[in-house]
Design a protein around this ligand. Structure first.
Ligand code: EPU
Length: 418
């Protein structure tokens, strides 16, 4: 297993180009199954989760051709069913999108249950309630899920919680449902809008993505298209937080600044300077930072996926702060690793009380999941001495060229291959 070795102390400087959005790509790639035609998808991040999705599509008969490093052609016309016997879906959470697209196109799906980061219970009940409302029958057993429908008929679906996965999955399935489907209390994350835009580019009729109510008017056919994935809000936020933690001055390039407002607002409240230029942001240290309280919320609130790097930033500035994790019940496990680096954090249920100090100290720590891993890199950058991070395959699942991007910003980080 590879590991990262980081020597702390460098202030990040320079420019970082942001890759395509992991969580949008993981919805857009399977969406190509809905059209029996060729699609070209651009700005795809070359990360491990995307490679797994490519393998899943290959395994059911799709033709995939890389056009360049970040663009690929997907032709799903030869797929005749979704009946997956291999273990690939267990490797990623986003394999659940095969349910919505498979029901939509074939009215039948059979495959292993998804995997993903261990950050809580992560049930699927909203997805299933949505599919059932559209007329599907869902059976879960022996780590396997089977979904069937004779007909899909549009319905009014209210989500108890604005779940990202359920909103996208129901939207995908409803593209081919007869009549109108309405999703109320829909999630509003940028990748909901990106997936809806992709589906519409193929000929779907979806309105309201990005608001609480999404209306899908069923169609009978989709056609191929060329589409570019939006920039990764979470990757951009990670580098913004790293710039603040290292008292740096960096340009985050190739982004949609609006998607970063929850992070921008918190960093400004802490005392960071932020300048916006069209599709880039300058994030720069200008004065001693002050602690803030953070509560993770669905978009446009502060994203849960940046809770961990934010905890590192707050641990490395003097003063007391509180983080409340309202999305996942078990996303504080990484704090035991941060404590090895000298962080003073006490967790009480969904609340973390942080007593910040000027420096953390280098140690040997283990990445527990994707975002926890990113947080440990930030911790290594603000620590005195050397930090060794093991289990870095988690970061490779979701961050493209992470060590090169940090190195280009002046960080002392290297990957050691065992
Ligand atoms: N939930 C249910 N029932 C459901 C669905 C969700 O109770 O049927 C609960 C979850 O347990 C969780 C909350 O609702 O407590 C939010 O879950 P949501 O469905 O919104 O999340 P997700 O679709 O499982 C996606 C991202 C996550 C990101 C969340 C929130 C993908 C593949 N994953 O997960 O990304 O944290 O939305 O924004 O898109 C990551 O990138 O590191 C990551 C974990």
């Amino acid at each position: 297993m590879s590991k990262f070795i980081i020597e702390g102390g460098a202030k990040l400087k320079g420019k970082v180009n942001i890759s395509g959005f992991k969580n949008a790509t993981l919805a857009i790639i399977p969406s190509t199954i809905l059209c029996k035609d060729k699609c070209i998808i651009e700005n795809i991040p070359m990360i491990e989760d995307v490679k797994v999705y490519k393998e899943i599509l290959y395994s059911i008969g799709a033709e995939i051709e890389m056009i360049d490093e970040n663009s690929m052609m997907v032709d799903t016309s030869n797929i005749s069913e979704i009946n997956i016997l291999n273990e690939l879906p267990r490797k990623i959470r986003g394999s659940y999108y095969m349910w919505g697209v498979g029901l939509g196109r074939f009215k039948h799906v059979s495959m292993p249950l998804p995997g993903g980061c261990a950050i809580g219970d992560r049930p699927f009940d909203y997805h299933i309630k949505g599919f059932e409302a559209l007329g599907a029958k869902v059976v879960i057993g022996d780590d396997k899920i089977t979904l069937d429908a004779d007909r899909l008929i549009g319905a009014k679906i209210y989500l108890d919680f604005a779940s990202v996965g359920a909103t996208i999955n129901i939207m995908m399935c409803a593209v081919y449902a007869e009549g109108i489907t309405t999703i109320e209390n829909a999630a509003k994350e940028p990748h909901i809008v990106d997936t809806a835009n992709f589906l519409n580019a193929m000929g779907a009729d979806i309105k309201g993505a990005g608001t609480d109510i999404i209306r899908i008017n069923g169609v009978t056919e989709l056609k191929g298209c060329t589409y570019g994935v939006i920039p990764d809000q979470i990757e951009a936020g990670t580098y913004m937080i790293a710039a603040a933690a290292t008292q740096g001055d960096i340009i985050i390039d190739g982004i949609i600044p609006k998607h970063l407002e929850p992070i921008t607002a918190k960093l400004i409240e802490m005392g960071m300077g932020i300048e916006e230029y069209g599709d880039s942001l300058r994030v720069y240290y200008k004065q001693k930072l002050v602690p803030v309280n953070v509560k993770t919320l669905p978009y446009p609130g502060f994203p849960t996926d940046l809770q961990q790097p934010m905890a590192v930033l707050l641990s490395s500035i003097e003063g007391n702060s509180i983080i409340e994790e309202s999305i996942y019940e078990d996303r504080f496990k990484y704090i035991q690793e941060l404590k090895k680096m000298g962080a003073d954090i006490e967790v009480n249920g969904r609340i973390a009380h942080i007593k910040g100090k000027e420096h953390l100290c280098g140690s040997t720590v283990k990445a527990m999941d994707l975002r926890a891993g990113a947080a440990l890199i930030v911790a290594g950058l603000v620590s005195k001495g050397i930090t060794e991070i093991t289990d870095i395959h988690h970061m490779d699942r979701g961050y493209e060229n992470i060590e090169n991007k940090f190195m280009n910003l002046g960080a002392n980080i290297k990957r050691i291959k065992d």
